[in-house]
Unconditional design. Structure first.
Lengths: 500, 993
């Protein structure tokens, strides 16, 4: 008995050991799934997943940093706007964009860069994975076309801001990408937009609840714009006319609605970023307008991007668009008189000359009784007026002056608002003079909407107009953020003139 | 005819006059002998010619006594100061101290119970060379922070605890009185057997068990009552001075300074508070079993109202010998606790203006602008945590083939926690009757529950054999562990009445809120998930060989292979080896004649140990779906659900690995009256997980961070522990001095330039980072401006580069980069939170039952950032030094002109203070009643004592207590208004029968 027991224990222990080392050691024990988390490896795999990734690609546009790093620096860099807010507020972060003293580490640059590529990634998720999902070809192509439209849209911002940047067309790009050329980026943009034109529905084909998704018209409009920036006026004219002749769009009778609440997803809106009047991107809000909203009383925001005296004074006599672009002190909006902010001087003078007055950007104004209402502003990225002006510009370049005047005068007609005493039709037929008139019309029609700086650069007017403000030709492209250069371990090359 | 006579007697210990059971009593020159019984008594028959008996017992000096004509021989055995044969608990076993090749420090029972704390780890402070103990807070129940040999990672740098074989992260469930010993494993030779979890040190805790052979049951009752008070308060301005300075900043604010109120807010928030600590334990043994049963009750009220910690501990340790070869056992602790957490009134009392009254004449709370009335904060706070923790194991030991021992232990750590916080609706009113910002319009109730469970199954086989001069011990093992958890937090508002019995979220009596719409559903948020740090499995293979040749040459090698779910399949397993050698020189012939030396041992070890305390999700690329990934479409502005890829994970992550070299020397002089232990250590942790930026084009988003094995940190230092003990004319005393130096340096962060070459942390309330870790600096170094005076006049202002906000009377910031401008680029290293020298000094003296024990402890070479003084967006009260402010040329070169904030309150060396201190950690005067008296009432031991804890601290720090810190190594030693650690006075009574 004793021996038996001893042997039993001996054997038991051997078995126990054997069992432990072999059977329990199976790897299953170490395969734990993350709890409450979905892995990228298993997403997206279904038609409903496809819709989710497609939607997320749009949502990335609402990211505050998508808007040039959070602040409308492009307007601030133009002759249309000053830094704004109180004099000391963000003096060293946003101020340098106003007076052209930025450096490669300037606040905002890296945020914009990173946010733009984040949008591109969310589009690339759709482009890479949706083709592998079993679903109808038409829906597949629609999602792909939406994503390619969005990718083209964001690359268009990136290439205009920085020129030759890394070209990423997959959500898992290789390490160590260097600069592509601007031509390569444009080729990708045009390829993407062409796909979008081929597969996107017209605006009218969308149900009301889907307004805001990319359309064939939007893709055509961006093709026109891309070609305009490439100085390919034949194609610019062609695609602008595609939009005009599509019959999908018209001008809002009331200029205020071109950017205002009542024109959200309206007849003039070709592409806009939808948002809810809630604080916080995660709650559906978009901080773009809050950044620029009225300071003080009523309090609607931070007051950056202040219309410049130069812009205010440049409007033709009695152009109603002046008042529709600028909120002046005393102006009554939404039943509330604008009193302004104690920390902002009502007028700022240098040597007795007024160089700035306290005023705010009215293009982003949203009626409502709180700051939250500003979060619901729908930023218009492309409106029909822009297409008409692009067509006018391209036609003029293509020596179709009469055609140019037709579209240019549609803009003035709407701006006139029925007041025949103002904004007479343009009749100029000299191509060079008309070119300047159209550029000037763009300035007043699209003021404070982020177009002016790039328009000046692409038309070669930047030196003439902006030099007094501190511009030099190196500002045609922004410096690639120093952080990105550092992280690239030398693979990314800095833009001309910024190696300091 | 041989004559037989019987010798009888009793053996007691010189240490505590207790009888010693189990003492070997041998007739000298024979193998004949006996063992003392539980009472320490023995009886031995001697034949003619047998003239001497020797008494030997482990841990005591062997005595040989000539019998001569005596028939009764009582012996008092002296404790063997030569601790060479002491048995030390090591990982997965025990070892003779003389055979040790690793650096291990032991803390014994009597030292462990000397600090009136719920957490026994507090007793390590000043007791173990190489160990730093500090406090995140004085809030009762707040965990102490332990660092063993410096800070080895940017991440979790805390050691693990091994309680009776169960590996844990903290021991707050243990009653100190139930602990037999704590062993701190410091070098690679001792910690590498814990593989991926040993890098931050290992603290092995052994709980009590009845002694084998001790047949009489021992009952021990002890009680201690303490009173705590705040050690010191901060010198702040009184009402009059504050009014005067306000008038200087904003002229004519107050016109009658002497009529201003003067509220000492600190006085109002602190109280004297008791700690009660009682326990009963019963321990004993039978030939086939040993047991220990302990019940403890601990109740600490905080020195700030509405803070407390209360715990009951039940401890059951048993062993049962089933047969000659099989022993079973269990070690089980059950600990229910309840904690009340005070709101952060320390910071409020610091900032509150003295000109505000705590109460108006009608008894309602007075408003304190911008800060809130600390007393109202307290009155409306009801924040409770309670829980139950069950930790224990059952084990079997099977001896087979004579020299093999199979040990299998199944352990578990089960935790059930609940939280309950309630804030009633209230409003504090301004003097003019308008509502102050300090208000809560709707009552708010939060409930949380979390549970976590760990099971750990450990199986080891040990082979132990002495063959001639060779002593061999081989250990092989296989262990498995699984940890999981889940939490559920819900929050709601608007409970109809402020009654404890109505604090439930399904309360049907939702209050109709007259100020807004009727509130139908008061549920505001639900949060349910898993703490990713506590969700993993681990499989380990372990192996160790100890080899001792002729008691002289020692060799140890260990190896552990760990597989963890925290890493991807390819990187799941890590190998952690160590080797060590030792030389007991005293056993060499040539040392035999060196009489003054009792012990001289040298040892050296090297090994690689891991740290796997990371969030297991870091390896995964996840999908994100929330409001920010959902676009708004349509005329009706609908939020459409969207989901996309979140920041990429890093499947290539591996363990952080610490490579540690240790060279040690142990000496004993004059029969070990003087002993010393010295170690040099060099720890280099590589592959530290660092959150790094990735290139923007990957599309992870602005500021997105990916965890990468990229950091390297060095900790090196010198440890010493020197003690002198002796007995002179019945007066026994012991003096010990121990400590360590520490050099902590970041050797790599990730990138070599730009944003990835630094790690920032220490974010103050304003969001400004106050620390920066980069190559060449200690971890968590303070980073800010250097100042060198105050601008005395315009000429001086013009002569120096200065910030546009600086004027005469303001601080002169040093243009560190010498570019002629003061910019953020001039910020520089201004201090380190890591002490370069930590020490303890202990003195014990005893005479006839009276014993005096004093423990001093301190540190040197670190700095503290007075963060609470920096952040002042509003006019807060000032520290008293502002009195000496600059008021005109030549008035002060250090204290700038008065201002409520702004330029002079940028993070600068002005707010850096020395963290050096020396403290009388513990002073105990005890009296044990004479045994002779006690025997009459069948008591074994009665001891009464008075004790003071933290009685005296010498420090130039202006805050409450310099021994505070943060578990976040990047945010350490920043005083943001920390709940102070108290000064404690105790009386206690221990009775054993």
């Amino acid at each position: 008995m004793r021996n038996f027991r001893k042997n039993t224990f001996k054997n038991t222990s051997r078995f126990v050991l054997l069992a432990l080392f072999i059977s329990v050691g199976c790897q299953d024990f170490l395969d734990k799934k993350p709890q409450g988390q979905l892995l990228q490896a298993s997403f997206p795999v279904s038609a409903s997943d496809a819709l989710l990734v497609d939607n997320a690609a749009y949502a990335s546009l609402r990211n505050w940093y998508f808007h040039s790093g959070g602040y409308p620096i492009l307007d601030i860099m133009s002759d249309d706007a000053r830094k704004g807010s109180s004099p000391a507020d963000q003096l060293n972060t946003i101020g340098p964009y106003d007076n052209f003293t930025i450096n490669t580490k300037q606040d905002g640059l890296d945020r914009w860069w990173s946010a733009a590529y984040q949008s591109i990634r969310s589009a690339n998720v759709v482009i890479k994975y949706v083709p592998t999902i079993t679903m109808s070809d038409s829906m597949k192509n629609q999602y792909l076309a939406e994503a390619k439209f969005l990718r083209g849209l964001v690359y268009f911002d990136l290439v205009r801001a920085w020129g030759g940047i890394p070209l990423v067309t997959t959500p898992d790009p290789p390490l160590g990408l260097g600069n592509a050329t601007a031509d390569e980026i444009y080729a990708q943009i045009i390829e993407d937009l062409n796909f979008a034109v081929a597969h996107l529905p017209k605006q009218s084909a969308y149900s009301p609840s889907n307004l805001g998704r990319a359309t064939q018209g939007a893709a055509n409009a961006y093709l026109a714009k891309a070609y305009l920036f490439r100085k390919d006026y034949v194609n610019a004219e062609k695609y602008a006319l595609e939009v005009i002749n599509s019959g999908q769009y018209s001008l809002e009778p009331n200029f205020n609605n071109a950017n205002g609440l009542a024109g959200n997803f309206g007849v003039e809106s070709i592409f806009e970023i939808g948002a809810l009047p809630n604080d916080g991107n995660e709650n559906g809000g978009d901080q773009y307008a809050n950044t620029q909203g009225i300071r003080g009383s009523p309090n609607r925001g931070w007051g950056f991007n202040r219309p410049s005296i130069n812009l205010i004074d440049s409007f033709e006599p009695n152009d109603p668009r002046k008042d529709a672009t600028v909120i002046f002190l005393g102006e009554v909006l939404d039943g509330v008189p604008t009193v302004g902010d104690a920390t902002c001087p009502d007028t700022t003078k240098v040597n007795g000359v007024i160089i700035e007055i306290e005023c705010y950007n009215q293009k982003i104004w949203v009626p409502g009784n709180s700051i939250s209402s500003e979060w619901g502003h729908h930023r218009r990225l492309m409106r029909y007026a822009d297409v008409l002006l692009m067509e006018a510009e391209a036609s003029n370049q293509n020596e179709k002056t009469a055609q140019a005047l037709i579209y240019l005068n549609k803009i003035r007609l709407r701006a006139r608002g029925g007041n025949l005493a103002i904004l007479p039709d343009i009749t100029e037929t000299n191509q060079g003079l008309l070119r300047d008139i159209i550029l000037n019309e763009r300035r007043h029609e699209l003021a404070m909407e982020g177009h002016r700086f790039w328009d000046l650069v692409r038309t070669g007017k930047a030196a003439e107009v902006l030099s007094p403000l501190g511009y030099t030709s190196r500002y045609d492209l922004l410096p690639i953020p120093q952080t990105q250069l550092d992280l690239s371990q030398g693979r990314l090359k800095q833009n001309t003139g910024w190696n300091n | 005819m041989a004559q037989t006579r019987t010798i009888k007697g009793k053996v007691t210990s010189a240490e505590d006059n207790q009888s010693l059971p189990g003492v070997n009593v041998l007739v000298t020159g024979t193998t004949k002998g006996t063992v003392t019984d539980v009472e320490g008594a023995y009886s031995l028959d001697l034949q003619t010619g047998e003239t001497a008996i020797s008494f030997s017992f482990i841990g005591y000096k062997t005595q040989t006594i000539e019998v001569s004509a005596r028939t009764t021989i009582d012996v008092v055995l002296q404790v063997d100061a030569e601790i060479l044969d002491e048995v030390v608990v090591v990982g997965y076993g025990v070892q003779k101290k003389s055979d040790l090749t690793g650096a291990i420090s032991s803390v014994k029972e009597s030292d462990i119970t000397r600090i009136p704390s719920f957490n026994a780890a507090q007793s390590l402070q000043g007791k173990v060379a190489g160990v730093q103990v500090f406090n995140s807070s004085g809030q009762p129940g707040a965990l102490p922070i332990i660092r063993v040999r410096g800070v080895g990672t940017f991440n979790n740098s805390s050691p693990i605890y091994v309680v009776d074989g169960v590996i844990l992260d903290d021991i707050s469930f243990l009653n100190a009185a139930d602990i037999q010993s704590m062993e701190v494993l410091k070098d690679a030779s001792s910690t590498a057997i814990f593989g991926s979890r040993g890098a931050n040190g290992v603290i092995i805790v052994t709980t009590k068990l009845g002694k084998a052979g001790q047949e009489k049951t021992v009952v021990s009752v002890s009680s201690e009552y303490s009173v705590q008070q705040v050690g010191k308060t901060i010198d702040l301005l009184n009402g009059k001075d504050f009014g005067a300075i306000t008038n200087e900043i904003l002229p004519n604010t107050y016109n009658n300074l002497s009529a201003l109120p003067n509220t000492d807010w600190q006085k109002l928030i602190f109280r004297n508070a008791p700690i009660q600590n009682y326990q009963i334990s019963i321990s004993g043994a039978s030939p086939k079993s040993q047991f220990y049963f302990g019940v403890g009750y601990f109740n600490q009220q905080g020195i700030i109202p509405k803070s407390s910690y209360e715990r009951i501990t039940l401890k059951f340790n048993n062993t049962y010998t089933l047969s000659k070869s099989v022993k079973l056992g269990n070690n089980i602790t059950l600990a229910p606790f309840q904690q009340q957490v005070a709101p952060d009134v320390v910071y409020s009392a610091y900032r509150a203006q003295p000109l505000r009254v705590p109460y108006y004449n009608d008894g309602t709370f007075g408003a304190v602008p911008n800060v809130g009335n600390p007393l109202a904060q307290l009155a409306y706070s009801n924040n409770f945590n309670k829980g139950l923790r069950l930790v224990g194991n059952v084990f079997a030991d099977v001896t087979f083939l004579k020299d093999f021992l199979f040990h299998s232990s199944f352990g578990a750590d089960l935790q059930f926690n609940k939280s309950n916080d309630f804030t009633p609706a209230y409003t504090v009113f301004n003097p003019d009757g308008t509502p102050n910002q300090q208000q809560n319009l709707l009552s708010s109730l939060g409930k949380g529950s979390s549970n976590s469970s760990t099971w750990i199954w450990e199986n080891t086989v040990t082979f132990n054999k002495q063959i001639g001069d060779h002593r061999i011990n081989i250990l092989g093992g296989y262990t498995m562990q699984e940890t999981s958890n889940e939490f559920l937090n819900i929050r709601g508002s608007n409970i109809i009445r402020d009654l404890p019995e109505l604090r439930y979220l399904n309360n049907p009596l939702y209050f109709y809120d007259p100020t807004s719409n009727p509130v139908v559903n008061n549920l505001a948020s639900i949060n349910n998930g898993v703490d990713a740090n506590l969700y993993y499995s681990l499989i380990s293979y372990l192996f160790r060989v100890n080899y001792t040749l002729k008691d002289k040459y020692l060799f140890t090698a260990s190896f552990r292979r760990d597989g963890s779910t925290k890493f991807s399949k390819a990187n799941r397993f890590g190998n952690f080896p160590s080797v060590a050698v030792g030389w007991n020189t005293m056993n060499e012939k040539f040392m035999q004649d060196v009489k003054f030396l009792t012990n001289l041992k040298v040892r050296a070890s090297w090994g690689a140990i891991g740290n796997e305390k990371i969030n297991y999700l870091k390896q995964y690329s996840l999908v994100t779906a929330n409001g920010a990934t959902s676009p708004v479409f349509g005329k009706g502005n609908n939020l459409n659900s969207g989901a996309t890829f979140d920041v990429s994970g890093n499947p290539n992550l591996i363990w952080e690995t610490t490579y540690q070299t240790d060279i040690g020397l142990e000496v004993g002089f004059l029969n070990n009256r003087l002993t010393g232990e010295f170690d040099y250590f060099n720890k280099q942790t590589k592959d530290i997980l660092v959150p790094l930026r990735t290139q923007g084009y990957f599309g992870n988003g602005n500021g997105a961070l990916i965890t990468v094995n990229a950091g390297t940190v060095l900790n090196r230092g010198f440890e010493f522990n020197v003690a002198w003990q002796d007995e002179v004319k019945g007066v026994k005393y012991r003096i010990a001095f121990l400590g360590n130096t520490l050099h902590n340096e970041v050797l790599a962060v990730g990138g070599t330039k730009g944003i990835d070459s630094t790690l920032v942390g220490g974010f103050l309330g304003s969001g400004q980072p106050a620390t920066l870790s980069r190559v060449g600096l200690p971890i968590g170094s303070f980073y800010g401006f250097k100042t060198n005076g105050v601008f005395q006049n315009d000429a001086e202002l013009k002569a120096y580069p200065h910030d546009s906000n600086a004027g005469v009377g303001d601080l002169r910031i040093v243009d560190v980069n010498k570019d002629g401008k003061i910019t953020d680029a001039d910020r520089t290293y201004i201090g380190s939170p890591i002490p370069t020298f930590i020490y303890g000094f202990n003195f014990q003296v005893g005479w006839k039952g009276i014993e005096l024990t004093t423990d001093f402890q301190g540190q040197y070479g670190n700095q503290i950032l007075n963060g609470k003084e920096i952040v002042r967006p509003d006019p807060y009260n000032f520290e008293k030094h502002v009195i000496n402010r600059w008021t005109g040329e030549g008035t002060s070169a250090t204290e700038p002109r008065a201002s409520f904030g702004g330029y002079n309150y940028s993070i600068s060396d002005r707010f850096i203070q020395s963290g050096a201190y020396i403290r009388l950690r513990s002073l105990t005067l005890a009296y044990s009643l004479p045994t002779a008296w006690l025997q009459k009432v069948t008591l074994k031991n009665v001891k009464i004592y008075v004790r003071g804890t933290n009685l005296f601290t010498k420090s130039s720090f202006t805050g409450y207590s310099p021994d505070f810190g943060s578990g976040d190594v990047l945010s350490n030693n920043i005083d943001n208004g920390t709940y102070p650690v108290a000064k404690v006075y105790s009386v206690g009574l221990n009775v054993t029968f």
